[in-house]
Ligand binder design. Structure first.
Ligand code: SAH
Ligand code: SF4
Ligand code: F3S
Length: 468
């Protein structure tokens, strides 16, 4: 089977492979085979999995949520903390028995974790039933890898980093139909000293504005009510590109697209978050007043060791500026507890800042050493047990702050997008502009619609009632 080599784009070439695979799959199975994709890690991975699912559909598979009845199982992995990797190894171990029962099944693994050479080597050696392993730079080539396997290759392993192009034009199978992810850039250049992401995702590269606008328009036409722009550091969108469109300008362009939809974005790095961006958020009607601005630590000394390139004065300036421009803004952040060399005094600085800012909610992590990062070889004298105590103190402090924030919402009315069923029977669940969940009585056909909801009380969740 000679494949055409003169195709215009890399994706066209892959779609030819996908069609070949679909033919072979059709001949091999009496029923349509099923593929299950399990995703670990951040929204970037969730979005990548949607592209992978798009390719699997082109290869003739139907999608299933369960590994039990799957003919093709793929794990899209994360490397950000040790716990994320341990879960993958555990679940990979369980697949061994599944494959013994169903010898024809294909097991594939991809994503950030396997982009590390040491992990790829370990899987090659200790998990012989993994058929395909591929890295973050070549995930668009999945059809080619499956084709090679079906043509008789024993195993396909590829974590090449040669391809730095963004491959456009692939199929996407989106998980939802209301809220969608839109990647605007890939990779990261920041090398925070604790973080593995720049090593496993490569250098920062931005998609062309016209591609992003095309996809945003497509999503609006499909009926999406919320588009979340994705990147490890969205504030540096377009840096070094000739088109001169920075993140604030990109937001304005998306805001100008006609339709009833909202815009969110993540993640913003405080060092690149500008007044221009905050002004743009305030001025653009479709942009939600929600900002996730990872602080990591409240101690300038630790921020320096983390290579974060801002200090707390600058961080608080941005928070105050955002609140001045958007008094209703919902602020969230990421905090790492127990970075190497962090003392209890440093940690108390973090507590001090979170009490001052009063974030709506926090994502908190105990520092996890990542092989190959500068922090992994720094002196780390504080015990895990001690860090655990600090961590509990942080959680307790934030819990009280969050609860106070939610309690302040009682009696006020919010515009919410209903996006599913509530936890109490008969109730529906929706999210405010700031992404806060409110439950209220409504019929199931409320999904996808906006309502004004008055918050009545705070129990485990906020409960409200529709006012119009
Ligand atoms: N690019 C984003 C976040 C990427 S990872 C940003 O810069 O904010 C998400 C969060 O995981 C980080 O904000 C950080 O708080 C946490 N994290 C990253 N590496 C970690 C590590 N080695 N140990 C513990 N937490 C980590
Ligand atoms: Fe990791 Fe820092 Fe890049 Fe975020 S900005 S992905 S924390 S290196
Ligand atoms: Fe994990 Fe990769 Fe995201 S390491 S957090 S899945 S970019």
């Amino acid at each position: 089977m000679e494949l055409q080599k003169n195709l215009s784009s890399q994706m066209d070439e892959q779609l030819v492979y996908a069609a070949r695979v679909a033919e072979m799959v059709k001949a091999n199975y009496s029923l349509q085979p099923k593929a299950c994709v399990e995703t670990y890690g951040c929204q970037q991975n969730v979005s990548d999995s949607e592209h992978i699912k798009g390719l699997l559909l082109k290869m003739g598979y139907e999608l299933t949520e369960s590994t039990d009845d799957a003919d093709f199982v793929l794990f899209n992995t994360c490397a950000v903390r040790e716990h994320a990797e341990a879960r993958v190894y555990g679940n990979l171990g369980a697949l061994k028995h599944l494959k013994r029962r169903r010898p024809g099944m294909i097991i594939a693994i991809c994503g950030c974790m396997v982009q590390q050479q040491s992990v790829a080597d370990r899987i090659k050696k200790s998990y012989p039933y993994v058929d395909i392993l591929f890295g973050t730079h070549v995930s668009h080539r999945l059809p080619e890898f499956v084709y090679e396997l079906l043509m008789g290759k024993k195993r396909v392993f590829n974590i090449s980093t040669e391809n730095r192009d963004i491959v456009e034009g692939g199929p996407v199978s989106r998980d939802g139909s209301l809220k969608g992810w839109l990647p605007i850039m890939y990779g990261c250049n920041n090398f925070c000293t604790y973080c593995i992401v720049p090593y496993v995702r490569g250098r920062e590269r931005s998609r062309a504005p016209e591609e992003i606008i095309r996809e945003a328009k497509e999503m609006v036409a499909m009926g999406f009510k919320e588009i979340t722009l994705l990147g490890q550091n969205v504030n540096s969108y377009g840096k070094g590109e000739a088109h001169g469109i920075n993140f604030a300008k990109l937001i304005r362009m998306i805001n100008d697209i006609e339709g009833d939809f909202k815009i969110r974005f993540m993640t913003s790095h405080p060092k690149d978050c500008t007044e221009e961006l905050l002004d743009t958020m305030a001025e653009c009607q479709k942009v939600c007043h929600q900002l996730h601005l990872p602080m990591q630590s409240g101690s300038d000394r630790i921020l320096k060791l983390m290579n974060r390139h801002y200090d707390i004065e600058r961080y608080l300036y941005l928070i105050d500026y955002a609140r001045k421009k958007m008094p209703d803004i919902v602020l969230t952040s990421d905090i790492i507890v127990g970075f190497p060399g962090e003392t209890y005094e440093d940690f108390c600085e973090t507590l001090k800042v979170i009490k001052r800012v009063k974030f709506t909610s926090l994502f908190t992590f105990i520092y996890s050493p990542r092989e190959g990062t500068p922090a992994a070889v720094m002196d780390d004298p504080v015990s895990r047990e001690e860090k655990g105590k600090w961590f509990s103190e942080l959680l307790k402090t934030q819990e009280a702050i969050s609860r106070e924030g939610y309690a302040n919402m009682v009696g006020k009315t919010y515009r919410v997008l209903c996006d599913g069923q509530g936890r109490t029977p008969g109730s529906m669940s929706g999210r405010t502009d700031g992404n806060v969940v409110i439950e209220f009585a409504a019929e199931p056909d409320a999904i996808g619609k906006h309502f004004n909801v008055e918050v009545k009380e705070l129990t485990n969740v906020l409960n409200g009632a529709i006012t119009d």
